[in-house]
Ligand binder design. Sequence first.
Ligand code: SF4
Length: 338
Amino acid sequence: MPAEAPLSKIMDVSLTRSCNYDCSYCNQRQDLDKPMFDMSESKRKIMSNKRRTGREWIDGLNAFPFKGDYDKLIFSGGEPSLHSDFFAIVSQVKGWRAKMIVTNLSFDVDKLIAACRQEKTRVIVQPSFHFEFADFEEFTGKMDKLRAAGLLSNFIPASIVNLPDRDDGEKFREQFRQRGYNVSLYRFEGYYKGKFSYAPLDGFGGVKETKEVFYSSCVQPVKPNGDIVYCTTDTYSENYISYGNICDQKYVPIPNEITVQNYGHRHISAASWTRARNAATGERIWQGKNFRHRTPANELRTFLEIKNYSWLATAKHFVNKMQNRVKKPDAVNQTNLD
Ligand code: SF4
C-alpha cells in the first residue's frame, strides 16, 4: 500500500460513564462477550468508571507531549458534566488545537461561560438533543447563551437522532429551524426495541466477520481512569490493552494500525471512526465516515470547524443534502440525513 498521510486523530476523554438520562436508544450497551447483533436486550451498564480528580486531568492533559498528533480534544461520557470538577477541567486544560464538549446540555451554561472567560480560553460545545428527557425551551435557551458567548459549535449546533419508528427527530429538527438553528439529524445506528439497525451488514459489525483484520482508528478514547485505549470498543470493556495513562502521565506509542481477531464483535459506536483491511490482501473491508487522513481537504475541514465560522451549519446542511441526493438507494449511506 502506498504511504498514507498521518491520521486525522481525535482524543476523546470520557470523564465519566455515568449519565443523568436513560434514553431508550442509548448506544452504550456493553455486553462485548455477545456478538454485536445480539445485544438488543442488554441494559446500559456502567463499566470502567473509576474517576480521576480534576487536578489529575488538568495536569495530565496539559503535560501530554503528543498534543500535536491530535486535531481535537473532546470531553465526553456518559455525560461529562457529571464530573464534579467539570468546569475547571474543560477551562484549565490548555495547549490543544481545539477543545470540544459532547453533551446532553443538562449543565449550567452560565458556569461554563464564566469559567472560560476567567481562563481566557474557548471550548466548543456540540450538544445532542435527547427528546425523551430534554426540554426544548430550556435547551434552546442554553444554545442561545452559548452562541452569544461564541462557545456553540457552528458546524453541528446540535444533533438529533432519527429513530426507525418515530418522527420526533424530524419534528424537533423543524422546531430548531424555526428558532434559527440548522441542527443535524443523524441516522440511528445500534440496537433499539429488539432490532439492530446498521447499513453494512457484511462490513463493520457483520456477524460473520471473525477473521483477522488490520484495524485502525482515528479516535483514541481515554477511559474515566485515564487509560488511553485504541478504539471506542475498548471503552466498554475491562479486557483491553492500554496505551499509557493520561493522569499517571505514562505514554506508550500508539500504532496507526493493529491486528484484531474480533472485528465482527467491535462496538457500533466505533464504526464511524475506524477502518478494517483484509490482513492477507490489504484490501479495504470497511471505512467509516469519520476515518480520515490529514489530507489538504481534511485539514481545511478541520480548520473551518476549529475556527467555528457562523455559516458552517448552513454549508454542512447543503453538502449533506447533495450527498444524499446522489447516493444510490442500495449503497451504504454514511451521510447524515440532514
Ligand atoms: S444522553 Fe447520551 S449517554 Fe445519556 S442515556 Fe442518552 S444517549 Fe445515553
